[in-house]
Design a protein around this ligand. Structure first.
Ligand code: NAD
Length: 425
């Protein structure tokens, strides 16, 4: 299944369980507002290049829109639209006072020679120098400034954008409005109003939902954890489970393959090895496993933390985990969700399991609006409360309607969107 269709498929599944009027349904199928256009700037090879830019605001029933900005050679309007839709559902499931948005930039390839296209695909954004990246970011900010703002739409980092990019957006926007405005973006450097705990928030959110699921299922003792993808989300999740002393991390992987040790891996040592060699593969005292095999290893908790579409109808009946919790976006197809549910495997869907990042982004925005600096402990405690609350709301829908946690998450979020939409008229 096209991962972009997953959100619509989930909406169709959840719809019979809520009283969603047609006008609200229609609004949820398409964005409220979209801005796109072109930016032409000099680049590092001394030529000029044209870039397509996008900012899409999907739904603002529950508050200002929120979502990342992606710099990637393949970003296009359709992708940004579906990603913005995903943010609406994610913020609604967490009951944040936000709606969904997304933005992006990609080179414009129209009319270019194959050699030039190949150059731009390789160049953007990884090989772009900082001054050129800054120029592009500032021009983009100027273009989208009329529709963003702390009470309108709040961008954040996404693929290949980071806290420095957010700092430039904040600075450019502040120049336009005439005062320093930290609340216009989240994911900023701490000194400019970023929040402590933001970097670990996605993995920590997943961790809290898994602890809650274990409690619900009555497994509070030792467990084994298998993680596909040892990047930001996967490696931090590994550390959080490891540090409790109650979990063995038996297998982790990256794009080159995976490693397995039934006695457990030390995530700090694996991360050090990966930094030195470029991969987890080859780590001493561990056997090689393929990414396909890793997904079907016996374990208590399976965390797909890399790609979409990895648990499908072809392998869902071979999954041997008790809990599947999803740091990645869209790792499980809708057919696989059915198979896991029928087999009694407890799946914590992406829009809930990986919502810790946007939740701490929300905390950053709240701190900015109030001029406060919360401690990391305070941020983490608030995150824990929010994740547990949302988990139990979704669980209640799952139990009441006898549906998977995946469908239940959309029911819970959909009810909130319907209520807010109705009240606003
Ligand atoms: P990342 O780039 O830091 O890490 C991705 C990891 O996946 C890397 O270790 C990479 O080697 C590995 N990988 C790539 N291709 C693979 C393959 N074919 N098989 C196995 N592993 C492979 O990214 P991240 O920030 O950790 O994000 C991972 C997932 O979580 C993505 O789906 C992302 O959209 C989602 N997510 C991340 C955040 C966040 O705050 N980091 C928030 C929400 C959702």
């Amino acid at each position: 299944m096209d991962p972009r269709q997953l959100i619509l498929a989930n909406l169709e599944r959840a719809r019979p369980f809520m009283d969603m009027p047609d006008n609200i349904y229609q609004k949820l199928l398409k964005p409220e507002r979209a801005l796109d256009g072109r930016i032409v700037i000099p680049i590092d090879d001394g030529t000029e290049a044209t870039f397509n830019y996008y900012r899409v605001q999907h739904n603002s029933h529950c508050g200002p829109t929120k979502g990342g900005i992606r710099y990637h050679p393949d970003v296009n309007r359709a992708e940004v639209e579906f990603l913005s839709m995903g943010m609406t559902w994610k913020t609604a499931v967490m009951e944040l006072r936000y709606g969904g948005a997304k933005g992006g930039i990609a080179p414009c390839y129209e009319g270019l020679s194959p050699e030039r296209i190949a150059f731009l695909r390789d160049y953007f954004p990884k090989k772009m120098s900082l001054p050129v990246l800054e120029r592009l970011t500032r021009e983009y900010t100027e273009k989208i400034a009329p529709i963003i703002g702390p009470y309108k739409d709040i961008p954040a980092p996404d693929v290949y954008t980071n806290s420095q990019v957010m700092a430039w957006i904040m600075d450019e926007y502040s120049k336009i409005v005439g005062y320093t405005c930290p609340g216009v973006v989240t994911g900023k450097p701490i000194v400019l109003g970023g929040s402590l705990g933001r970097n670990e928030a996605t993995a920590r959110g997943t961790f809290f939902t898994v602890l809650e699921a274990l409690r619900h299922l009555g497994y509070e003792k030792m467990g084994t954890v298998v993680i596909q993808g040892f990047g930001n989300a996967g490696s931090i999740a590994a550390k959080l489970f490891y540090e409790t002393g109650n979990f063995l991390i038996t297998s982790v992987s990256d794009s080159k393959g995976g490693i397995y040790n039934r006695c457990g891996l030390n995530p700090d040592d694996v991360l050090k090895f990966k930094k030195e060699t470029g991969s987890v593969v080859g780590y001493p005292d561990a056997d090689f496993v393929t990414n396909e095999k890793l997904l079907t290893l016996p374990c208590t908790i399976l965390l797909p933390a890399a790609l979409e579409n990895v648990i499908t109808k072809d392998n869902a009946d071979k999954i041997q985990a008790i809990i599947v919790a999803e740091p990645a976006n869209g790792p499980t197809t809708i057919e696989a969700d059915d198979i896991l549910f029928n087999r009694g495997i407890f799946r914590i869907p992406d829009i809930l399991a990986n919502a810790g990042g946007v939740t701490v982004s929300y905390f950053e925005w709240v701190q900015n609006l109030q001029g406060l600096d919360w401690t990391e402990e305070e941020v983490n405690a608030r995150l824990e409360a929010k994740m547990k609350y949302a988990f139990n709301k979704v669980l209640a829908e799952s139990q009441a309607n006898k549906v998977s946690m995946g469908t239940a998450a959309y029911i819970h979020a959909g009810k909130r969107l319907v209520e807010a939409g109705r009240l606003r008229g």
